[in-house]
Every structure is written in C-alpha cells, then in structure tokens.
Write a protein that binds this ligand. Structure first.
Ligand code: SF4
Ligand code: SF4
Length: 68
C-alpha cells in the first residue's frame, strides 16, 4: 500500500501536486485557519503508481511517499 504524507506546516496549498498527478489523486481542502492544504483522495493508495511527480513538483518538499 502506498502512503502519502503531507507536512501540514510546509504545505501552502499551491496546488502543484494536484496539477502534476495524471491520475488526479490529489485535492485541496480547506483548513481551520482558512488556508488550503493538499490531501490525497482515498483511492490513491490503490491507484498510485509511485511516479513521484507530485512529490518532485512540491516547492516546499512537503510530500513524502512510501510503500509498505
Ligand atoms: S506518485 Fe504519481 S501517481 Fe502517485 S499520487 Fe503522486 S503524481 Fe499521482
Ligand atoms: S505542491 Fe506541496 S505546497 Fe503545493 S499544495 Fe502540494 S503539498 Fe502543498
């Protein structure tokens, strides 16, 4: 199973990860402080093929992807 982790401090909601994933596995959600944050959709753990495009696109290095 692939796990996608977003560092909530680093992520500034720019949406680059959303743009880069060809499988559309990312979305932006509203946070309590009025900002946006990246989040993977539930299907991501099954569909993600670990191309790492989302991780590499993140200017804040907020995304970690692992497989277990
Ligand atoms: S690793 Fe690739 S397929 Fe998986 S969520 Fe990121 S961009 Fe999408
Ligand atoms: S690219 Fe990085 S900073 Fe931008 S929304 Fe995605 S995780 Fe957040």
């Amino acid at each position: 199973m692939v796990r996608h982790t977003v560092d909530p401090v680093k992520c500034r909601g720019c949406g680059k990860c959303v743009e880069m994933c060809g499988l559309e596995l990312w979305t932006l959600v509203d946070t309590d402080n009025g900002k946006k944050r990246a989040q993977v959709i539930e299907e991501a753990k099954d569909m993600c093929h670990m191309c790492l495009a989302c991780r590499d696109a993140c200017p804040e290095e907020a995304i970690t992807i692992t497989e277990d």
